[in-house]
Write a protein that binds this ligand. Structure first.
Ligand SMILES: NC(=O)c1ccc[n+]([C@@H]2O[C@H](COP(=O)([O-])OP(=O)(O)OC[C@H]3O[C@@H](n4cnc5c(N)ncnc54)[C@H](O)[C@@H]3O)[C@@H](O)[C@H]2O)c1
Length: 396
């Protein structure tokens, strides 16, 4: 099949390479021309895809990046993988999905299967995508992406994939396409079920992370280690699932997707109270971290040199979207500390560059990448660890 993937970020590039690997011809369309140039030069910008794999597909003509939307015309399958962020009021921002749909409407004149992989609330495929695309009778399916960047155990091939379509023909074609590079396809009765399943999965994580973050504060006040309690509780072979506390939630999914569910809940008149409370708890974690750091540093960080270790939102990835490190740094600066950060994977961020670990009085570990030396962290005077990876220091 000839496949166009709109958006060549974490999700779109992963699908493009999966499709190319299965023998399809993949065209990665992106509005970011610099990214397109970089990809066509065989340089991947995401962790799970190597430069050599990308260069191999380019050399055999099975992958090409383009910023010309006319490349989509004549494709059998068009996958939408564009951002679905929140706007300034923390409401769903579907402008990228609308823009992608409008491009399809303008440029794709032969019938295709249109699949949406962007995460959004139930009804998006039907009302926000299919309803906007006029002039051609396309097939429509929803197959929300479940990629977990940096996860080496679960990838596109072995993570079960949900598919729901607007017609049986759309489902059949989507199953045929995804079945060529995914091991386990699960058909659901409608695109709304697939869309809702994706945001419910991430809401489940958001709420449980908030619960464990609140529990960590309770157990610290009680003088018990929350991590030891969680380990103990996890010995129960049924009915318990371990989540671990941290400095908040980051990335494009967990802090964002539940608000999509809250938005539709509000529209149908059902209060999404868990989501609201979980957001509050998670967003308050950086302040809790800073309060603990101040308490652990003899009551003040004023004039102290603090290094924040790891500013991406999770270990071994360079993604800083919604990272709680931003609030931790800002709040430490408000307390009068001189704050630098160390994260060679990220390199530059918010107009600042990664600094060496050496020379700081205090280290606050927000994210622990595998290649960061624990002894170098411990060489800083006082260490506060938000990750549970460093034995014998303060932390949550
Ligand atoms: N990153 C993840 O781990 C992950 C996991 C599951 C689902 N998702 C969802 O997948 C979707 C995409 O996320 P992502 O992480 O790949 O985003 P991303 O920001 O990494 O990539 C999106 C790409 O889309 C491009 N783009 C924006 N508007 C465009 C347009 N009109 N036409 C063509 N290209 C356009 C951008 O330039 C960018 O390169 C989101 O809905 C997200 O919630 C992401």
């Amino acid at each position: 099949m000839r496949v166009a993937i709109i958006g060549q970020g974490y999700v779109g590039l992963t699908i493009a390479v999966g499709a190319a690997g299965a023998g399809h011809t993949a065209v990665g369309f992106d509005v970011n021309e610099d990214l397109v140039t970089q990809l066509n030069a065989g340089k991947s910008h995401i962790e799970g895809i190597s430069d050599s794999d990308l260069a191999g597909f380019i050399a055999t003509g099975t992958y090409l990046a383009s910023s010309d939307p006319s490349v989509m015309d004549g494709c059998n399958v068009i996958v939408i993988a564009v951002p679905t962020p929140l706007d300034a009021d923390r409401n769903p921002d579907l402008s990228y999905v609308h823009a992608a749909s409008d491009l399809i409407s303008q440029h794709v004149k032969s019938p295709a299967l249109i699949v949406n992989e962007s995460t959004s609330y139930p009804g998006t495929l039907r009302n926000e995508i299919a309803a906007r695309i006029t002039g051609v009778e396309h097939l429509y399916a929803s197959s929300p992406e479940r990629v977990d960047p940096g996860n080496t155990e679960w990838g596109t091939k072995n993570t079960p994939r949900l598919i729901g379509g607007l017609s049986p023909e759309a489902v059949a074609k989507a199953v045929q396409f995804y079945g060529s590079f995914c091991d386990n396809i699960i058909e659901v009765s409608s695109p709304e079920v697939a869309e809702a399943a994706k945001i419910f999965e991430n809401t489940f994580r958001q709420v449980n992370i908030a619960l464990v973050n609140e529990f960590a504060q309770i157990s610290d006040a009680l003088g018990i280690s929350s991590r030891e309690v969680i380990e103990a509780a996890a010995t129960k072979p049924y009915g318990f699932m371990a989540f671990h506390p941290g400095p908040g939630v980051g990335g494009h999914c967990i802090p964002v997707d539940p608000s999509y569910l809250a938005h539709v809940a509000n529209e149908v008149g059902v209060p999404a109270t868990f989501i609201k409370r979980a957001n509050e708890v998670n967003l308050a974690m950086p302040a809790y971290v800073v309060k603990r750091v101040v308490a652990g540093s003899d009551g003040s960080v004023k004039g102290r040199k603090v290094v924040v270790v790891g500013v991406s939102y999770k270990s071994n990835v360079a993604d800083t979207r919604e990272t709680p490190a931003a609030a931790v740094i800002d709040l430490l600066r408000e307390q009068g500390a001189t704050v630098t950060w160390h994260d060679d994977l990220v390199g530059t961020w918010r107009g600042e560059s990664s600094s060496p670990l050496a020379g700081a009085d205090i280290a606050v570990v927000v994210t622990k990448h595998d290649d960061v030396d624990v002894n170098a962290i411990k060489a800083c005077g006082y260490v506060f660890d938000c990750t549970g990876n460093i034995a014998g220091v303060d932390g949550i």
